[in-house]
Design a protein around this ligand. Structure first.
Ligand SMILES: Nc1ncnc2c1ncn2[C@@H]1O[C@H](COP(=O)(O)OP(=O)(O)OP(=O)(O)O)[C@@H](O)[C@H]1O
Length: 264
């Protein structure tokens, strides 16, 4: 697996998130290795999505901090975090169903610096340069994901597995340095899962990034991730290699409801 120091590591310190009186995350300190693909696992309600939301700024933090490389981004909103290279995908497919694949992917380029409204109104050269840059980025990512031939098809004409990839393409098109994917394989069959794992590995080899994938499928995590963090009931449980984490008795109890012989 390709790792690189070009992408930053991601660190949370003492992260607590509350929904009213309920603590969805409790004092969570984790460190995700720079340039690797990390899996975030845990039973339903463990706080995985909340952790992605806290890192990307979608959920307010009650206590603690979030760091990207040496930068403390806790005070930044979602837009400024995205400009800093932190981009997340969502658990459910959120596409403009009646628009083309290309149009959907171009939405992701809004995270790139864009000419101001006046330049756009006057159709200045800076606007055309930005448009060409966005089209080139979208074309490249569609190529990488094997979607180039579908670029002008309407999203609602595509099979579910391809729509999932369009969602991933929209995240990738701004070439983020930190990519947070929330169950990107949800709803896919075994073949679709394997294809997705291959695509994500290819993307990671082509674009240096620190990738975090929330996933329930143990085999997918083992094949895709070099590092795993396990949460349970809003708290940090264990981190390490897939073999270490899935071999851990506490993880097995939390995740499978029983301890099993490690099959890692
Ligand atoms: N907006 C919210 N308001 C109140 N409680 C919430 C909210 N979002 C999440 N929760 C609760 O916080 C806890 C953690 O939720 P979260 O979605 O982060 O878990 P998860 O590990 O991603 O679960 P799953 O695997 O089911 O997606 C759960 O008990 C959930 O019900």
């Amino acid at each position: 697996m390709n790792t690189t120091t070009d992408a930053p590591h991601v660190r949370t310190e003492g992260l607590t998130v509350r929904y009213g009186a309920f603590q969805a995350l409790r004092d969570v300190t984790v460190s995700l290795p720079a340039g690797g693909i990390s899996g975030l696992i845990g039973p339903n309600g463990a706080g995985k999505t909340t952790l992605l939301n806290a890192i990307s700024g979608f959920t307010p933090i009650a206590e603690g901090s979030v760091h990207i490389g040496h930068r403390n981004i806790t005070a930044l909103g979602t837009r400024r975090r995205a400009l800093a290279g932190v981009v997340r995908g969502f658990q459910t497919v959120r596409l403009m169903e009646r628009e083309s694949v290309l149009t959907n992917v171009l939405v992701g380029t809004e995270r790139l610096p864009q000419p101001n409204a006046l330049a756009q109104f006057l159709a200045l050269p800076s606007q055309w340069r930005a448009r060409n840059r966005d089209l080139a980025a979208a074309t490249e990512v569609l190529d990488l994901l094997g979607l180039a031939r579908q670029a002008h098809r309407r999203v609602d004409e595509l099979p579910f597995a391809s729509r999932r990839l369009v969602e991933v393409a929209r995240v990738l098109v701004s070439a983020p340095s930190v990519i947070l994917l929330d169950e990107p394989a949800a709803g896919l069959d075994q073949e679709g899962r394997q294809e997705l794992a291959a695509v994500l590995t290819r993307v990671h080899e082509n674009h240096p990034s620190t990738m975090v994938v929330v996933e329930h499928d143990v085999d997918l995590v083992k094949s895709l991730c070099s590092y795993v963090i396990a949460l349970d009931s809003g708290a940090f449980l264990r981190d390490g290699t897939p073999a270490e984490v899935f071999g851990d008795r506490q993880v097995q109890l939390a995740y499978f409801g029983r301890a099993a012989s490690a099959d890692a």
